[in-house]
Design a protein around this ligand. Structure first.
Ligand code: URP
Ligand code: ZN
Ligand code: ZN
Length: 493
């Protein structure tokens, strides 16, 4: 067998198996996984992975790149800086958003994001589509065309003035998703609670970032999750609740799953490793403000429990990079109120090292669970498998080789995104991706050339995503729909 490259002597970790094996790569794909693979052909190379873990490159299925936010602010990373940063953190595929704003025409939105990503991305990527205006043309023509082109997931918002949909609009999007085989991602927070409280807070002069966490109550997340689950049950179509942050939110998803509803959950580093106390540091708390906000130790534990029992299927960054200046967090300088600053925290690069340290290193999750949560489940749910998300014959050779003992003290200067800060400054992390391959190309070798990436701008490819089992309806009816069926009264959803 011909190999361009063999990764030798490492411990290969997949979602359900760990074994000592070499990994043979040819033409950008994995062609053999077995011990004692023969020598590479002339011109090929070996990578010595003894004492290292050979894991699928991470897939980050929730990140905002070169996107205008719900606040109308362009985020700090473009497709180059974000994908370079992702690669340094061991992530080899990203699925960011193409964002429709109210007056935007979806085909133009998609073409614009495709062009910018194709010019700059250094790793492979898919897209989700944010739907802010589900009018008749969007529902009948534009969303089905987007799905056909491999953009097989939408994100909808239940809050933010510029983005939010009301319940009937959400039902319209869910019905379209069901008809054409797409997954709907939901930002679930009750708009009324947040905006009513925020109006009073600001009116009474309480404008510091810490009040952001007060206004985004736990109940606002819990209510919205329960409501959108009820909507999805009417239509019987799968949904995924992004950035789950509360005890109550995890419980609502767990309860729905227990009665057979197809609802997936996601959590992010900020809900495992930060709390609302991090925001309580004057104006600088803005660097820790995201929606929903970090909560408390009980919520962190609920998120860990949710990851362990599958209630939360995936762990993503929700990388939403805004600089601590007038371009991002502080549009009105020191006078900026918490209602005016961009929401979001950076996380593409540290997502995996944080989970490795506090998850695997602390004994909370196994290596296999680490791979499931950071790569394999993303590939399965979002239609990237079998091309991405596992070290198996036939898959793309997207691989991160980890030194489990490599220690790093986090400092923004070490990172490669454009945010200029990280909420995790000073954390001592153990375990780091020291070599990163994308389609068999060694992009990063931290031992030979620390801090260097060998990746031409635009080498990343768009991945048109497939329909998956995760997108099939649960085949489960609410009693009223079952009654209609008993009466043989058709209802076209
Ligand atoms: O605060 C956050 N999460 N900002 C990014 C946009 C979103 O809602 O995901
Ligand atoms: Zn969101
Ligand atoms: Zn987000």
């Amino acid at each position: 067998m011909h190999f361009d490259l063999v990764i030798r002597g490492g411990t290969v970790v997949n979602a359900h198996e760990t074994r000592s094996a070499d990994v043979g790569i040819a033409g950008g794909r994995i062609v053999a996984v077995a011990p004692g693979l023969p020598a590479v052909a002339a011109g090929g190379r070996d990578i010595d992975a003894r004492d290292h873990l050979v894991m699928p490159g991470g897939i980050d299925s929730h990140c905002h790149i070169e996107q205008v936010s719900s606040f109308g602010i362009l985020c700090a990373d473009d497709f180059h800086s974000a994908t370079v940063s992702a690669a340094f953190g061991g992530t080899t595929t990203v699925v960011p958003f193409c964002a429709q704003h109210r007056d935007d025409h979806i085909p133009e939105v998609l073409a614009d994001y495709h062009q910018r990503a194709a010019e700059k991305a250094v790793i492979d990527y898919g897209f989700h589509l944010i739907v802010a205006n589900p009018d008749a043309q969007t529902l009948a023509t534009d969303l089905p065309a987007a799905i056909d082109s491999g953009v097989r997931s939408f994100k909808i918002f239940m809050t933010y003035d510029r983005m939010r949909l009301h319940d009937e609009q959400i039902l319209d999007v869910l019905a379209t998703a069901r008809r054409h085989g797409a997954l709907t991602l939901v930002h679930a927070e009750n708009h009324g609670i947040i905006s009513w409280l925020a109006g009073r807070m600001v009116g009474q002069g309480n404008v510091a970032p810490r009040y952001h966490a007060v206004c985004h109550t736990r109940s606002s997340e819990a209510e919205a999750i329960q409501r959108v689950i009820a909507l999805a049950e009417v239509v019987d179509t799968p949904i995924l609740i992004v950035h789950v942050s509360t005890v109550e939110g995890v419980a609502a998803i767990r309860a729905a799953r227990a009665r057979g509803v197809k609802v997936y959950g996601e959590t992010c580093p900020q809900y495992l490793f930060l709390t609302a106390e991090d925001i309580d540091r004057g104006l600088e708390g803005a660097m820790f403000c995201c929606s929903p906000p970090p909560r408390d130790a009980a919520a962190q534990q609920a998120c860990w429990d949710g990851l362990k029992d599958g209630t939360l299927a995936v762990y993503s960054s929700d990388h939403a990079p805004y600089r601590y200046d007038a371009t991002g967090k502080l549009p009105k300088g020191e006078k900026t109120t918490f209602k005016e600053m961009a929401n979001g925290v950076p996380g593409l690069e540290l997502r995996l090292p944080l989970l490795f340290t506090y998850g695997v290193g602390a004994g909370r999750i196994s290596l296999n669970e680490f791979v499931q949560l950071t790569a394999t489940r993303h590939a399965e749910i979002y239609g990237l498998a079998p091309q991405k998300g596992s070290i198996t014959v036939g898959a793309d050779a997207d691989i991160a080789i980890w030194d489990p003992n490599h220690r790093v003290t986090v400092d923004a200067a070490l990172l490669h995104d454009n945010t200029g800060y990280t909420p995790y400054t000073g954390r001592e992390l153990t375990g780091w991706p020291v070599q990163v391959l994308s389609r068999g190309e060694l992009l990063i070798d931290q031992t030979a050339q620390p801090g260097v990436i060998h990746a031409a701008r635009g080498r990343g490819r768009f991945i048109a995503r497939q329909r998956t089992d995760a997108l099939q309806p649960a085949d489960r009816q609410i009693p009223e729909m079952a009654q209609l069926q008993a009466w043989q009264t058709p209802l076209v959803i």
